[in-house]
Design a protein around this ligand. Sequence first.
Ligand code: AMP
Length: 114
Amino acid sequence: MSDCLFCKIVAKEVPADIVLEAGRALAFRDVNPQAPTHVLVVPKAHHENAAVLAAADDGLADDLLKACHAVAVQEGVAETGYRIVFNTGPGAGQTVFHVHAHVLGGRGLTWPPG
Ligand code: AMP
């Protein structure tokens, strides 16, 4: 999608601090980190949110979750624990409508989230 920020990051038209490129997924650091590790993992293909991605039913959601874990291992938070968050819809705080998993770790994470 031509007006999608994360499509532009995937296309390398907008710079990002890329930490992992794994097949159909790309991971880059969030510009406004909420934890010592805060990485966004996106499919290279445009899907609006997690529900749309899951409905596409082509294994892409699996790839995305595997990429999230690979990021956690690479960032050294897999053992201490990390959180994967998909904000889905404006009411849940989604602001960029290209599905992305937030991978958060490196500090104690409270539950429930706000
Ligand atoms: P959400 O609110 O769940 O849609 O998450 C969008 C996230 O994208 C926010 O945490 C932003 O800080 C992050 N963000 C916005 N622009 C960029 C960018 N150019 N590079 C990296 N992260 C970004």
